[in-house]
Design a protein around this ligand. Structure first.
Ligand SMILES: CC(C)(COP(=O)(O)OP(=O)(O)OC[C@H]1O[C@@H](n2cnc3c(N)ncnc32)[C@H](O)[C@@H]1OP(=O)(O)O)[C@@H](O)C(=O)NCCC(=O)NCCS
Length: 167
């Protein structure tokens, strides 16, 4: 399903149409604080990720969107493991379009939309404690810091898990 965030930012379900854009943008810098050790080395890896996401959407396990600004590819976001009723939200914005307030609008809109519209207890926002930009996105949302843990094999993330509870 599509979500319209404001007059020029829109979320559309991920599809193979965006494979090239995703492959080009999802680089070392973007994954610095994500639980991924190396970015895709060939476009087939990105295509496999998109096909897996489409499958997960059919299974109603995940919601995965492409973020568009003025109809142009700007990043990705998703809500994962819905059947647990404690799903987590994640996003990334392509480097050229960071710092314009897009990430903040997406996080605020999607978390509020999801807590209102999905059958969940709470939504997790797991973030590495050094990911200052990502922490800034949730500053005004009054999320609850509910857990801290380490994640990853090669790359070790120091995760702070914030949660938005259903009221
Ligand atoms: C985190 C991320 C999504 C932010 O997206 P964005 O569109 O650039 O974010 P915004 O422009 O909405 O806002 C970023 C906030 O960080 C601040 N910021 C920007 N650059 C910064 C920097 N170098 N140091 C500190 N703060 C910075 C901005 O001022 C803003 O805060 P403010 O609104 O309180 O002033 C983006 O940097 C990204 O995709 N990172 C890589 C993937 C990632 O880490 N995802 C999050 C996983 S939890």
């Amino acid at each position: 399903m599509k979500l319209k965030i404001d007059h020029n930012i829109e979320l559309v379900p991920i599809s193979l149409e965006y494979a090239g854009d995703i492959y080009e943008s999802f680089d070392e810098e973007i994954i610095r604080f994500l639980p991924i050790d190396i970015p895709p080395q060939k476009i087939e890896d990105t295509i496999a990720f998109i096909n897996h996401s489409i499958e997960q959407m059919k299974n109603e396990t995940d919601l995965v969107w492409v973020i568009l600004k003025d109809d142009n590819f700007t990043g990705c976001c998703g809500i994962h493991t819905l059947p647990s009723r404690q799903p987590h939200f994640g996003l990334w914005i392509r480097r050229e379009q960071q710092g314009q307030g897009i990430g903040k609008k997406v996080v605020q809109y999607v978390l509020n939309w999801a807590i209102t519209n999905l059958d969940v207890e709470y939504i997790k926002y797991p973030v590495d404690k050094h990911n200052i930009k990502s922490l800034r996105l949730i500053k005004e949302l009054n999320l609850v810091l509910s857990d801290v843990y380490k994640m990853g094999n090669i790359k070790k993330l120091e995760v702070e898990e914030y949660r938005l509870y259903k009221r």
